[in-house]
Design a protein around this ligand. Structure first.
Ligand SMILES: *[C@@H]1O[C@H](CO)[C@@H](O)[C@H](O)[C@H]1NC(C)=O
Ligand SMILES: *[C@@H]1O[C@H](CO)[C@@H](O)[C@H](O)[C@H]1NC(C)=O
Ligand SMILES: *[C@@H]1O[C@H](CO)[C@@H](O)[C@H](O)[C@H]1NC(C)=O
Length: 311
């Protein structure tokens, strides 16, 4: 097409759209939510057409049409893609120029702050947990970023400070969404957390600060536990001591003059035995022992069997 004709064509297009100004666009993106917004203060009876294409020369596809002054592109753009978005205002018989917006989500969409920050106070520590930024489809943003990167795509920065020295802030880099901080007891700490990706050069805003006071050693640890420990040790030492004494008593050999009677040579002290024989004396005259017509008087008691010992 000759240049003359092109210029003429452009002139005609400009003439057609001269009446309506084009919308002023602004991309409101976070994670994988891409909301294109525009200002319109000229007239209420206007419809807007919002379109997208993969390149400036490709054919555009309609995404939104209506009176709303925004268009949600979230469901239509891949994170790693490059897109051309455009919006036009139209009244009956009049159209504005297209307002253009070039958009690459992985470069242009900022990371959202972590959410659901929780801090639980312990003895000289804080247990911190939070939820990482999430994509629109419910996937964690670290998974979305990892699709385009081999490195751990996302990490977190935990900033904390004591209430009485807010200017002395300490930082800790985390790669998990839960962490235990070892701190001083009975101290009020504030903390906040942000997500970041070195691979994508993205840093999220910090969460709102959350403050809590660490606990100290309790009554149990201060008084009851040492007391219990003392009692247990006392018990153990007492037990060991009596055992030692008992052993000494067992090992000590008595002199023979005490053990044996010098005259009868009968043992005076009987060594301790483990078994204890039972002596049963049963007075039960039988027919054999007491014949009915015997001259010999029946013994009053049966004699104890030898081998049994009277204790
Ligand atoms: C619309 O206008 C207001 C005030 O003039 C401004 O703060 C806002 O950023 C504008 N929005 C867009 C999408 O241009
Ligand atoms: C906007 O679009 C609707 C639906 O197509 C149509 O009924 C309405 O007349 C349009 N308004 C203007 C100002 O063009
Ligand atoms: C997380 O960080 C620790 C130390 O900072 C490191 O040893 C570990 O390999 C990291 N894990 C991952 C998955 O990056």
């Amino acid at each position: 097409m000759p240049i003359k004709h092109l210029v003429l064509l452009e002139f005609i297009i400009c003439a057609v759209s001269a009446g309506l100004p084009k919308p002023v666009l602004k991309m409101d993106a976070v994670n994988t939510k891409y909301l294109l917004r525009w200002n319109w203060t000229y007239s209420t009876s206007v419809n807007f057409t919002a379109q997208m294409a993969f390149s400036n020369t490709a054919s555009y596809k309609d995404i939104c049409f209506g009176v709303e002054t925004y268009c949600d592109y979230s469901a239509h753009l891949d994170y790693s893609g490059e897109y051309y978005l455009r919006v036009q205002a139209e009244t009956r018989g009049d159209r504005s120029d297209w307002a253009m917006w070039k958009f690459c989500p992985d470069a242009d969409a900022p990371l959202g702050a972590p959410s659901e920050l929780r801090v639980e106070a312990g003895v000289s520590m804080l247990i911190v947990s939070f939820k990482e930024p999430m994509a629109e489809n419910g996937e964690p943003m670290s998974a979305v970023l990892s699709q385009n990167s081999m490195d751990p795509a996302m990490a977190f920065r935990l900033m904390f400070w004591t209430d009485d020295a807010p200017s002395q802030r300490q930082e800790k880099k985390l790669n998990t969404t839960a962490h235990t901080l070892s701190l001083n007891a009975h101290t009020r700490y504030c903390l906040q957390v942000q997500a970041f990706s070195d691979a994508f050069a993205k840093t999220s805003p910090y969460t709102l600060p959350l403050c809590t006071t660490t606990l100290g050693p309790t009554l149990f640890w201060n008084i009851l536990f040492p007391l219990l420990l003392f009692l247990v040790l006392l018990g153990v030492f007492g037990f060991l001591w009596t055992r030692k004494r008992w052993r000494m008593f067992q090992v000590y050999a008595l002199p023979s003059s005490i053990v044996l009677d010098s005259k009868s040579h009968q043992p005076l002290l009987v060594p301790m035995e483990n078994t204890c024989p039972v002596t049963a004396l049963v007075a039960m005259p039988t027919a054999e022992q007491v014949p009915p017509f015997s001259d010999r008087p029946a013994p009053a008691f049966p004699t104890a069997r030898t081998g049994d010992r009277l204790l």
